[in-house]
Design a protein. Structure first.
Length: 258
């Protein structure tokens, strides 16, 4: 077998094992709003609005400060907790953002990370950001490592182009024993507890196959009481917004074009 054939087989194998999906939200209707408990899909990814003090909205970009924002984007208005469903985990996840409030954060594998803590490494995941401006923060955030859960907490945050490289495995097999069964449901209740995570388990219940790293096998898991702490933070952040505005109230920052 010649080297060209071997290289082609390796590239094909890598493509099968790692699958990237990108949600640019352009297929969503501008003006659509999502409240607490909402579930929607775009670009091969599924999202849950775990909590929203004010509904998250789909906004049409018009000369935004971040040039990567094209078409539509998500406006996480006031204490919006957005979950990216990763039914098999992910090796990398990145998204473009426009920040209008200092109280923006991520929850990655159970670790609470404020934007001003980035770059950092927590629970096996390294998080970096590429800033287009420090005075009016916008840019791209990238998380790399064994990502089992990924949530974005926004308080006037624009989000676009969410790209996830999903890990190989069987959707819903959260303990990675190659079968989707009742044990995976127990892990979902303890560590994930999202509607999309349940749907992944239910759709594949009884299926055999898959490989990877268990969602609940280490400190990367999201402990059940953490959801309450997150809710308290979200409510507090929402109250803070009413008394402390961060330069501009709208996520859509317009800049003049020559």
């Amino acid at each position: 077998m010649n080297l060209r054939v071997v290289a082609l087989l390796l590239v094909t194998a890598i493509g099968v094992r790692a699958r990237a999906n990108t949600a640019d939200f352009n297929a969503l209707v501008a003006g659509t709003s999502y409240g607490s408990g909402a579930l929607f899909s775009n670009g091969g990814l599924t999202f849950d609005v775990l909590y929203a003090s004010t509904n998250m909205t789909v906004v049409a970009a018009s000369n935004p400060i971040n040039p990567s924002f094209t078409g539509n984007y998500l406006n996480l208005t006031s204490a919006v907790l957005l979950n990216v469903n990763l039914p098999t985990g992910a090796s990398q996840l990145q998204f473009d953002f426009i920040q209008n409030n200092p109280a923006e954060a991520l929850v990655v594998n159970g670790a609470f990370i404020n934007f001003d803590q980035i770059p950092t490494t927590m629970n096996g995941v390294t998080i970096t950001q590429l800033l287009g401006s420090k005075t009016d923060p916008w840019g791209r955030i990238t998380a790399t490592g064994g990502i089992n859960t990924f949530e974005i907490l926004g308080n006037a945050l624009g989000v676009d182009n969410v790209n996830a490289t999903l890990a190989p495995g069987l959707a819903g097999d959260y303990n990675k024993n190659h079968v989707v069964d009742a044990a995976d449901y127990a892990l979902w209740r303890k560590n994930l507890n999202s509607r999309s995570g349940y749907d992944s388990w239910r759709a594949n219940f009884g299926t055999v196959g898959g490989s990877g790293t268990a969602v609940g096998s280490s400190s990367r898991a999201l402990p059940e009481p953490y959801a309450w702490a997150l809710l308290i933070y979200a409510i507090a952040a929402a109250s803070a917004i009413r008394t402390h505005r961060f330069r501009r109230s709208a996520v859509q920052r317009e800049v003049p074009r020559p």
